[in-house]
Design a protein around this ligand. Sequence first.
Ligand code: CA
Length: 228
Amino acid sequence: MDTILIVEDEKTIRDFVATALRNGGFAPREADCAEAAMRELAAGGCDAVLLDLGLPDRDGLSLLREIREQSDLPVIIVSARSQENDKVLALDYGADDYITKPFGTPELLARIRAALRRHPSAGEKPADRYSVGELTIDYERRLVTLGGEEVHLTVNEYRLVELLSRHPGRVLTYDAISQAIWGQEARRSNQLLRVNMANIRRKLEQNPAEPRYIHTEVGVGYRMAENV
Ligand code: CA
């Protein structure tokens, strides 16, 4: 059974999350401030962390950085709507995902399971293909097919789709994607990314306005579907 550390100062939310985790087959541990969280982590045995950004004793982002200096434990940020910018920063600082309050139990459990799946045990081979719904991406052959038909992508469109599909279910920020595809100078300039994404969606999505494969996380980035 995976142990999840809940770092949250509001008792009602902590209780709700702990109950949801127990019902979902996880073993919750609780910390009501950053200091308690570091104590729990030092004690060991945690498999993932749910981290509230608004903590009484310390900024959640600085706590995240400290956690990242010590481990690559899956960290899911729990943020309020007022913390949109912090959410993006947190992803750039190495958080695995975020969930916005208020959230329901199914969404919470799905995010935790996905984050745990993305941290395979050492020595496991990376996937050689992405296959969801009608869409298949063969990394070895750089071949994209939709319903068995080859899809012709430009070099950068393919690199974008490969990058996102190698992290299914995970949100990648606009900056992280732009930097990976176009390099340092493209940071903070997301126009190229938007244009490429519009072209990709025209080729991959039946209805580009309601994408099934590549979802927009408004103000944050893109998330490739794990299933449709
Ligand atoms: Ca809080």
